[in-house]
Every structure is written in structure tokens, then in C-alpha cells.
Design a protein around this ligand. Structure first.
Ligand code: PLP
Length: 369
């Protein structure tokens, strides 16, 4: 058989995602496809669901991976739990909160926003005051805001929401697999994520988990979710009842299963600590170059760094140099942070001292150039 004719350029992915993928995951992805109702497919699905529960820190029965990227998980959360005419309270401190806001509006909800500049997070008191004032049915926040580099503490928001009788949607697209999400301990009702960042897999699936409290909400909906493809009741009939809903990609489930097995082999705690160590090393080396971080230390996402662009430096030129001369991808800021920060992911296989050293020496050279 001739070898594949697809020859992508070699890249080292130090951006906000996708991150680097381990060879064992690529190998899994290239295994022969089985049908979407094959007993082997469901064996893999069941293992994925178990391993996802561990990574998410939950016992939630309704834990699956939706066919689609992280935005499909967001849309699943919004379209199943936000009903027309309901009120959604959004903690708005970055780009992805705005996407949740937009989806909620499209569902016919009214949205109340608590705003903060990109890079800041919400304290317990202000979160509680906002929720008690607005009395929403649903509260939404982004755990790790990829546009700013800020990590929001979930528990105060979840506690206040539950006191007010609301359920909580948390975007864990950037956090899952690299920092603890602790769905049950934090009281998150619906958490969705992606496969291409902290889980070190390729894009294509979106893990989602739903608490018993949120399942109760789903049962008491007055209307069916408008979105047929992402209807959790239909998806449950597929993944639990093995009843055809759509032709899920066995290949993507193989890849996700392998990446979750790799994470289990490493151990979740070890993985979190490895990311924190790499983060400290990275921040220390950037400080030696005189570069400051945008987000205060106590609420930084360890694996998604937003160093400030030094005075007089054109961030687009630095990014172009890194890509062309070193095959290294990083991202720039956008929205409020356009031209002000770089967005540099040190995640998965890249979160090692050797890779941080290699990156920083290329970065130093790119800045000088
Ligand atoms: N939410 C957050 C916090 C993200 O960082 C992203 C993507 O980077 C998304 C949602 C959307 O995910 P996707 O691009 O996989 O659809």
C-alpha cells in the first residue's frame, strides 16, 4: 500500500490549543474503524466515560463525549439547560464567556452580565451579590479563560448559585487534564471540555458531564431542546441504550481513550504537578528576559501563559519568526488584549524542563530579531 501523501510541516505547538499529541495517541487514531454500533465501539465508549469521570472528578452517571469540538459541548450545555424566557447570569471576563452569552441569547434567554477586565477573576462576595440580585435559573462561567490566562475559582460561584436555586454551567475547555476541575467537590452541575488542550489529543470530541440536580432540570423542561443533534436525552439513548443517533467517529474515540489512558498512567496529580513546575520554570525564565505576566500570580492558568508584549515589540513579527525559523506556534492576544499579550501554552508533552528551555531560547532569539 502506498504511504500517505499528507505531509504536514513539523510544528511544535506552544499555543493555547491544539496542544502536542503523543505518538501513542496518533497510533490509536490510525487503527481500523469499526461501526458506530459495534460492541467494540461501545467498549471503548464505556472506558472513555469512566476515565472522563476520573479526570473531571465526578461520579455523574451522565458523562459522555459529544461529537464536535469544545464549542459543541458549550452548545450542548446551553441548548439543553437554557429554556426560552429563562434568565442566565454570565460571569463576563473574556472571549469565551461572550460566546456562552451569545448562545444563551439565541436560545431566547435574557442574560445578566457581571463584567471584569480580561485577566481578572470574580471574588466570592461579588459573585454571590450578583447571583442573589439577578435570581437566574442558570449561572455560567469559564474556569480557565483562554483569552486572558485567568483561572476562576469555581466553588464560590457554585455555592451562591445553589443557594439561589440555579444550576451552574462551567466551561472547562482549557482546564480539563492540566489543572484539577473537581466537578463534584466544587458543585459544578454541567462541565464541558475539549480534547485538544489539557487532554493532549486531537480536536473533535467534547467531554460533558451533568449532575443529578441538572438531570432533574432536564426532566422538568417545558419544551424539547431545539437542537436535535446535541439533545442529551437522545445522546443518552445512543451511548447507554446503543440506539442509533448519529455515526460517531470510532477513530476519535480511540484517540481520546488512548490519551485518557496515558493520563491515568502518569497519574492525575503527577500531571497537575508537572504542569505547575513547568509553569514556574517558564515564568522565572521570562522574568530573566524582563517580561512580566499579565495575570496576577494567584489566579494564573499554569499551562496557558499570557506574558505581556514588551514595549516596542510587534507581537505578530515575533510569532511569524517563531513559526518560520523554529516551527513553533504560539498565539497573540485578541479583543481587549490584542497586541498586549502573547498566549503561550506549556501543556501536555511540552510541559517539561527541556521543552521550556528550548522554547525560551527560541523566544529570546525571536524577540531580539
Ligand atoms: N471555551 C474555551 C475556554 C476555549 O478556549 C475554547 C477554544 O479555544 C472554546 C470554548 C471553544 O472550543 P473549540 O474551539 O474546540 O470549539
Amino acid at each position: 500500500m502506498p504511504a500517505s501523501s499528507i505531509k504536514p510541516p513539523k510544528r511544535m505547538l506552544f499555543g493555547p490549543g491544539p496542544g502536542m499529541v503523543e505518538p501513542r495517541v496518533y497510533e490509536a487514531l490510525s487503527q481500523p474503524v469499526v461501526g458506530h454500533l459495534d460492541p467494540y465501539f461501545f467498549e471503548i465508549v464505556d472506558e472513555v466515560r469512566d476515565l472522563l469521570r476520573r479526570a473531571l472528578g465526578t461520579q455523574n452517571e451522565l458523562t459522555i463525549a459529544v461529537s464536535g469540538t469544545g464549542s459543541s459541548g458549550m452548545e450542548t450545555a446551553v441548548s439543553n439547560f437554557v429554556e426560552p424566557g429563562s434568565k442566565v447570569a454570565v460571569f463576563a471576563n473574556g472571549f469565551f464567556c461572550d460566546r456562552i452569552n451569545e448562545m444563551a441569547c439565541r436560545e431566547g434567554a435574557s442574560v445578566a452580565r457581571l463584567e471584569k477586565p480580561w485577566g481578572e477573576v470574580f471574588e466570592a462576595g461579588e459573585a454571590a451579590e450578583f447571583i442573589h440580585r439577578e435570581k437566574p435559573q442558570v449561572v455560567a462561567f469559564v474556569h480557565a479563560e483562554t483569552s486572558s490566562g485567568a483561572l476562576q475559582s469555581p466553588k464560590p460561584i457554585c455555592d451562591a448559585a445553589h443557594d439561589a436555586g440555579a444550576i451552574v454551567i462551567a466551561d472547562t475547555v482549557t482546564s480539563l487534564g492540566a489543572v484539577p476541575v473537581n466537578v463534584d467537590a466544587n458543585g459544578i452541575d454541567i462541565a464541558y471540555s475539549c480534547t485538544q488542550k489539557g487532554l493532549s489529543c486531537t480536536p473533535g470530541l467534547s467531554p460533558i458531564t451533568v449532575s443529578p440536580r441538572a438531570e432533574e432540570r432536564l426532566r422538568s423542561r417545558r419544551t424539547k431542546p431545539r437542537d436535535w443533534y446535541l439533545d442529551l436525552n437522545l445522546l443518552r439513548d445512543y451511548y447507554d441504550g446503543h440506539k442509533y443517533h448519529h455515526t460517531a467517529s470510532a477513530s476519535l474515540f480511540y484517540g481520546l481513550c488512548e490519551s485518557l489512558r496515558a493520563i491515568a498512567d502518569e497519574g492525575l496529580e503527577n500531571r497537575f504537578e508537572r504542569h505547575v513546575r513547568a509553569h514556574h520554570l517558564f515564568v522565572g525564565k521570562l522574568a530573566e528576559l524582563g517580561i512580566e505576566m499579565h495575570v496576577p500570580e494567584r489566579h494564573r492558568i499554569p499551562h496557558l501563559n499570557t506574558p505581556r508584549v514588551p514595549e516596542g515589540v510587534d507581537d505578530a513579527k515575533v510569532r511569524k519568526h517563531l513559526l518560520e525559523k523554529h516551527g513553533i506556534e504560539i498565539a497573540g492576544g485578541f479583543g481587549q488584549l490584542a497586541g498586549k499579550v502573547f498566549r503561550i501554552g506549556v501543556m501536555g508533552p511540552m510541559a517539561t524542563p527541556e521543552n521550556v528551555d528550548m522554547f525560551v531560547s527560541a523566544f529570546r532569539e525571536a524577540l531580539a530579531a
